[in-house]
Design a binder for this molecule. Structure first.
Ligand code: NAD
Length: 479
């Protein structure tokens, strides 16, 4: 009784976040399916229905607006019907759909068993229970969220235990590999699409249905089917390995700074080995974003619960080095400024966790700016995309002493205003535009003129500290 694909399959995506909304928009753009992206966050849905989308990704505006509003979709100007809706009607949209993607958040648990490590699956559970409650016909349920291996078993049990009589569900794993900052390009042309299913006839048939959906625009050879548990684990594994690479190079950067070796040269030399490859080998202030840390911690917890403490310790080291790097970076800045930041102005260029996104979740900048403020510095932040309000909210959460924050933090409209009169300029995100910032030559030498940069954006051969006098623009102080 597993549903078979019809030309106008209806798809519902639960969770209008960084994954769910762009995924839904790309499916609508590339197929004739009707797609409903649902969320119980009315403000978020309203933003997706407005002219000012809540997420910045290159190309997303065009894809969302053409599918949502039904204006010309492709470059050839062909006009098509509108086949994408954003709605808070979660239940109605689930009931109407044949395929339902669960793309809700899976943060780290903040209380109870596994606190600080385990993935908090309450949103997945809630979405699953809603599906079971409202579905009056068979559905394919697709796990899009990143979850611990074996979650599909719990999803399946909840669905079966709460299903309306005669209604059947097939659960698939289809983890998302998009990278923020290039989400649309990744969705249009992914490295691979994983589809995990149970090896039963019904499971395999459901997997075929999802293969057919993706085949509308993804090369068939890139769509890989496998067992459910491999698919679930492959997502956590990929994020753990990517984060591990960053911690590898950051750990090497500490050795370089003690010895006079250049981490850029060491990384370049390593990357030339085809077995290692060149990607993700840039030293910096540590990884951020909503995924790497939580997914490795989830892997650590998983290893522990599977009775594998040595494996847990191995992966924990990746997160430990990341924390160490942020701390080390702060100390370097302080030591470069004669061991005190009191009444000094630090310009921070870049606040997002990586370039080409407005996302500041878990950005190292939050820790660094908090540390600078705690040391008594005046901090002037400029980021091309990060929203001022979000920066303030995140810094308020990271800090107790809001008075110091309000008196000592400036959010500036451009890099030059941030750098004006600064004792030091610290580049925390490698936005391309920073490579064109032309700052005056330092008048005073730093105490420790060693490069502290996420990339070679300001000066590939020297430091990013530009000591000058201290002039503060009162009108930019945050109220
Ligand atoms: P997000 O927080 O941006 O969005 C999740 C949305 O789900 C929120 O808007 C929330 O209101 C909504 N939601 C939660 N429970 C709901 C429910 N029961 N009904 C309706 N709406 C509900 O999260 P995200 O960044 O899009 O991540 C989603 C998942 O994808 C996570 O598991 C994450 O690990 C994974 N992932 C994220 C990325 C990324 O780059 N952000 C990449 C790959 C995978």
């Amino acid at each position: 009784n597993t549903p078979t694909l019809t030309p106008f399959k209806r798809i519902c995506i639960i969770g209008a976040g960084y994954v769910g909304a762009p995924t839904g928009a790309v499916i609508a753009y590339e197929t004739n399916f009707d797609v409903a992206v649902v969320d119980y966050n009315a403000q978020r849905i309203a933003a997706w229905n407005s002219a000012d989308l809540p997420i910045y990704e290159s190309g997303l505006d065009h894809i969302v607006k053409s599918t949502r509003d039904g204006i010309s979709k492709h470059a050839d100007g062909v006009t098509t019907r509108s086949n994408l809706v954003f709605t808070t009607d979660v239940e109605g949209s689930i009931d109407a759909a044949d395929i339902i993607f669960i793309a809700v958040n899976t943060p780290t648990k903040t209380q109870g068993r596994g606190k600080g490590y385990a993935a908090d699956l309450r949103f997945v559970e809630e979405a699953t229970r809603t599906i079971a409650k409202v579905a009056k016909a068979d559905k394919i349920v697709v796990e899009k969220s990143t979850v611990p291996v074996k979650t599909a078993e719990s999803v399946r049990m909840i669905l079966m235990a709460n299903a309306h009589p005669g209604v059947r569900f097939e659960v698939l794993s289809n983890p998302e590999y998009l990278a923020e900052g290039q989400a649309v390009a990744d969705l249009l042309d992914p490295d691979r699409i994983l589809i995990g299913s149970l090896p039963t006839p019904e499971g395999l048939k459901a997997a075929d249905t999802l293969v057919e959906v993706y085949s509308q625009w993804v090369e068939r050879s890139k769509i890989i089917t496998m067992n459910l548990w491999s698919s679930e684990l492959a997502k956590l594994a990929a994020n753990a390995m990517l984060a591990q690479r960053i911690s590898n190079v950051n750990a090497l950067s500490a050795i370089c700074e003690k010895t006079g070796a250049s981490v850029d040269e060491v990384a370049y030399a390593c990357g030339l080995d085809h077995r290692i490859g060149k990607g993700m080998l840039k030293a910096g202030p540590g990884f951020g974003g909503s995924c790497f840390r939580k997914d490795i911690l989830s892997l650590v917890y998983l290893s522990e619960t599977l009775g594998l403490p040595e494996v847990a310790n191995y992966w924990r080291g990746v997160v430990d080095i990341n924390e160490y790097q942020k701390d080390r970076f702060t100390k370097r800045v302080i030591s470069c400024l004669f061991n005190t930041l009191t009444n000094k102005k630090i310009a921070v260029l870049g606040f997002t966790f990586k370039k080409n996104t407005a996302d500041i979740r878990e950005s190292p900048a939050i820790t660094m700016v908090t540390n600078f403020l705690s040391e008594g510095a005046q901090v002037a932040v400029y980021d091309p995309r990060a929203r001022k309000q979000q920066i303030l909210v995140d810094l308020h959460q990271a800090r107790d002493d809001t008075v110091a924050l309000e008196n000592n933090l400036m959010i500036c409209g451009d890099a030059y205003r941030a750098c004006d009169g600064a004792d030091a300029v610290v580049v925390l995100t490698e936005w391309d535009e920073f490579s064109n910032v032309d700052l005056p030559t330092p008048e005073v030498q730093t105490a420790d003129p060693v490069a502290l940069r996420r990339s070679t954006v300001l000066d590939p051969n020297a430091n990013n500290f530009v000591p000058e006098g201290t002039k503060h623009k009162e009108e930019e102080l945050c109220a």
